[in-house]
Design a protein around this ligand. Structure first.
Ligand SMILES: NCc1[nH]cc(CCC(=O)O)c1CC(=O)O
Length: 332
């Protein structure tokens, strides 16, 4: 679309900015509670709420507290909650078998949420890092993160989550071929209606630091994730990966991190027009919270502005640790 504008003074763009009412009339993008997916950290225990130091306002919650949080999210109008487990280090192994244990933290939390808040969609993460003794998203064999063996494990993990009642499976591992493998396994297992939100364009980013603390993977991680997550310098590659994941059966796609990658959100939305999400990751949350805590930024305003930016960039929604806080403001 070619912008049309009359010459000054016929055109005075300030006319439509003059009052709040006029600005509301011409606003192109809007943030609503419908746009929010809330990532939460699950830990064992009962009635436990353990703060994550690098993410002020975020805690690891025991399953009973997660269920309560889901009920609260549902009443705030948040459509989906996404689960990340903080796994007991004693359960981390080389073969990551805890990842497909039907009674692992994530799977128990799914069932608890389905009972407590049946209206909210439950999304899960598919990657081996919370269960892996070396902190990687795939198996490590002689120093290499091996692809195909990892996909086999990821499929088992996804099936266990679907069995537990997950509505949306979110593969965040960046192995090749995992979307197709998960999709056909779900289909064969009778889970034809379980959706896949693929972390299609996930970058090897330093903005994940606080998250790795939250799930207890920082200490375990040896090396970096550069051989499977994307190079931050690439943009065309993101489009190829989105196209591939859609062709393999993803229903929705994600760009991650969020704020530094809004150009990728826009390109993906324009190229494919499919449900597109961004993940405003832990480091982005930590930055805004830290600046607000110091009085350097207005916390509420930057939160809402940053979330609106995802909508403007073409996203249908955003995974954000701000979800309940933002929803409370949006509900006024
Ligand atoms: N595969 C695990 C995973 N799933 C979501 C995040 C990051 C989320 C965040 O930083 O908020 C990560 C971390 C990583 O890839 O190391």
């Amino acid at each position: 679309m070619k912008p049309t504008i009359a010459p000054f003074p016929a055109a005075r763009p300030r006319r439509t900015r003059r009052t709040a009412a006029l600005r509301a009339l011409v606003r192109e993008s809007r943030l609503s509670t419908d746009d929010l997916i809330w990532p939460v950290f699950v830990r064992d225990g009962e009635d436990v709420e353990q703060p994550v130091p690098s993410m002020p306002g975020v805690s690891r919650l025991s399953i009973d507290r997660v269920a309560k949080a889901a009920r609260e999210a549902e009443s705030l109008g948040i459509p989906a909650i996404c689960l990340f487990p903080y796994t007991d280090p004693a359960l981390k192994t080389e073969d990551c078998a805890e990842a497909w244990n039907p009674d692992n933290l994530t799977n128990r939390a799914i069932r608890a949420i389905k009972t407590a808040a049946p209206g909210i969609a439950v999304m899960t993460d598919v990657a081996l890092d919370p269960y892996n003794i070396n902190g990687h998203d795939g198996y490590v064999v002689e120093g290499e993160i091996v692809n195909d063996e990892s996909v086999t494990a990821l499929v088992r993990m996804a099936l266990a989550q679907a069995d537990a009642g997950a509505d949306i499976i979110g593969p965040s591992d960046m192995m090749d071929g995992r979307i197709g493998a998960i999709r056909s396994a779900l289909e064969s297992a009778g889970h034809k209606d379980v959706a896949i939100l693929s972390y299609a364009a996930k970058y090897a980013s330093a903005f994940y630091g606080p998250f790795r603390d939250a799930v207890g993977a920082s200490g375990a991680l040896k090396g970096d994730k550069n051989t499977y997550q994307m190079d931050p310098g690439n943009s065309d590659e993101a489009l190829r990966l989105v196209e591939r994941d859609l062709a393999e059966g993803a229903d929705m796609i994600m760009v991650k991190p969020g704020m530094p990658y809004l150009d990728i959100c826009r390109r993906a939305r324009d190229a494919f027009g499919v449900p597109t999400f961004a993940y405003q990751v832990s480091g982005e949350y930590a930055m805004l919270k830290a600046a607000a805590a110091n009085g350097w930024l207005d916390g509420e305003k930057v939160m809402l502005e940053s979330l609106l930016a995802f909508k403007r960039a073409g996203c249908d929604g955003v995974l954000t640790y701000f979800a309940p806080e933002a929803a409370r403001l949006l509900n006024g």
